[in-house]
Design a binder for this molecule. Sequence first.
Ligand SMILES: Nc1ncnc2c1ncn2[C@@H]1O[C@H](COP(=O)(O)OP(=O)(O)OP(=O)(O)O)[C@@H](O)[C@H]1O
Ligand SMILES: [Mg+2]
Length: 262
Amino acid sequence: MLKIRNITVQYNKKDKPAVEDFSLNIKQGEICCLVGESGSGKTSVVRAVQGNLPGQGCVSQGDILFEGQSLLNYTENEWRKIRGTEISMIFQDSGAMMNPIRTIGSQFVEYIRAHGVYTKRQAWVKGVQMLKSVRLPDGEQIMNSYPFQLSGGMKQRVGIAFAMFFQPKLLLADEPTSALDVTTQAQIVRQMMKLREDYGTSIIMITHNLALAAYMCDHIVVMKDGKIADSGDRNHILHNSQAEYTKELLSAVPSLGGGYYV
Ligand SMILES: Nc1ncnc2c1ncn2[C@@H]1O[C@H](COP(=O)(O)OP(=O)(O)OP(=O)(O)O)[C@@H](O)[C@H]1O
Ligand SMILES: [Mg+2]
């Protein structure tokens, strides 16, 4: 469903590209994790897929095909139709994406009605239900709050509720749970996996947490300096990889009784 073909991402023509010769194929219902050190280009890859590179960022070479169509040729209008419904993204810091002077409820209702046929009341009820499913039990109160009245983890869960609302075909998640406590993290991860089970959602997940990657993913891509250092199915990467950098990453994972925690 998604084919990333040898892309180069550049923020500035003079500088070294942020991502070079990156390729990845994802089938329907597949979960792929991108791991690698800070600055290795993970966010740049998913933002390129989402047509949302900041500043002067652009895909200067290669192509990105979503269900056979090049996303690089999409107009802003075409993007507006599929962003949120077919391809949606959970950001590392969801709070930053919210309007600080409007309540969560007014933003959520507007978002739901922009993409689906609902009355205001229906959108409100659906929004509250969705908040409950991301462990925000008092959905009504959250809907009536302004972003500044919520904790970082609560805002993150609101962002996750937005991104999952329309059961997208492709979910891009940039460290979605690193701001959350482990119980909530586990709940959200299970919910992402349920989205895959119920609706065949494909997921690209960025994480620093190899244990999480091991738990969730079918496929793992290890990035370093803007390039793919290693790539393969989960078991291969965790148990048989010969790549030096992967071995280094794995050796940093605590081990117990000779077995990695992963
Ligand atoms: N808006 C931007 N303008 C210019 N350069 C950028 C911009 N965003 C990222 N870069 C550069 O692109 C490279 C890759 O950054 P990217 O954010 O994709 O890394 P990352 O793997 O997501 O790192 P982290 O784990 O810290 O989030 C870095 O060298 C960074 O300096
Ligand atoms: Mg990043």
